[in-house]
Design a protein around this ligand. Sequence first.
Ligand code: AMP
Length: 399
Amino acid sequence: MSKFSQFNFGGKKALVRVDFNVPLNEKFVITDDTRMTAAIPTIKKILQDGGSVILMSHFGRPKDGPTNKYSLIHLVSHLQKLLGDNNEVFFANDCIGEPAQHAASLLEPGDVLLLENLRFHPEEEKGDMNFAEKLSKLGDVYVNDAFGTAHRAHASTAIIADFYDADRKMFGLLMESEVASAERVLLKSEKPFTAIIGGAKVSDKILIIENLLEKATDIIIGGGMAYTFWKAQGKLIGNSLCEEDRLPLALELLEKAKSKGVNIHLPIDSTIADKFAADASTQNCDSSKIPDGWMGLDIGIQARKDFGEVVLRSKTILWNGPMGVFEMEKFQAGTKTIAEAVAEATKHGAFSLVGGGDSVSAVNQFGFNDQVSYVSTGGGAMLEFFEGKVLPGISAIHS
Ligand code: AMP
């Protein structure tokens, strides 16, 4: 059993860092509450133990202090709905000072207090010690359940942990499962371990590829970034996406992979288009002979088969980034085929982790989100974890 599950919160005030940075429309209605629902099990466990919960979160990127647009007050009624009538939700219109202290002092077991946006104070993002200390005074126990901000050394995500003894700081349930899934893939992977890396730019994914060269057996490279690798080898890629300044690096990565015995798989063919548009003319073409005026916007028929086979014989799978411009129907097939293969491999016992914004949207869009082992909620944090970086939000709890 985990530290959080074993802990008895009865009579305690738990200060919980959540990621409630949900999208709102112009009428302040929440359009996607995934981040809120993801934190509910942690909140409920504390309440069921007989504890009270003080929630703190950032919300948007306010530049000039308190602004209604970025107030967490817009989330109170929905939070109340998610928790049900047995637990009352209160709101403090500042996360430190009198309003927060007073509201926290009135909390009874079973009550929830949502603090106003942490980022109304610039000290939050600066990782200010005094600000962190003021926050820490509000709760007896610190729980970090905000994996989405674990890569930031902010006051509420990392610095605050210094003000709690080891037995009074811990991950919440969401953070525990995020960390466990990521560690299972990066540190304890069963082989063969296949990393599927896609998306637009090589430059965004260099560090992750370099780090995976130390860990993976196979790396599948799809999406727009594949063409920089083809061009680096002297192939004709037409008007496909290419980062000219990364050509030497692409060659270097291919050579490094060879010397380490890691198989790099590039799409042998592509769906090419005569323009970047949903109504473009398309054809299947060898990825190394794309005519001028045409561009590769998805992996081709043979590549889907090849990549599918690699995925199906894997025991551990990490997927970050789509195989093509999956937002347009004509260029969805590659990403969809990979989603199917990952789901199939998972059914046969592989552990699969999908992380990073666009691949998460893709598995959700194609309806495979419940057929993979884990879908991460933390885009940037997950990426940095797989780049081999130490995440301040994780190390603060461990230290
Ligand atoms: P990223 O944020 O780097 O993971 O990239 C995701 C974006 O890459 C998506 O919006 C895709 O449409 C885009 N993408 C994928 N494949 C290609 C391609 N072959 N050419 C241009 N853009 C692509």
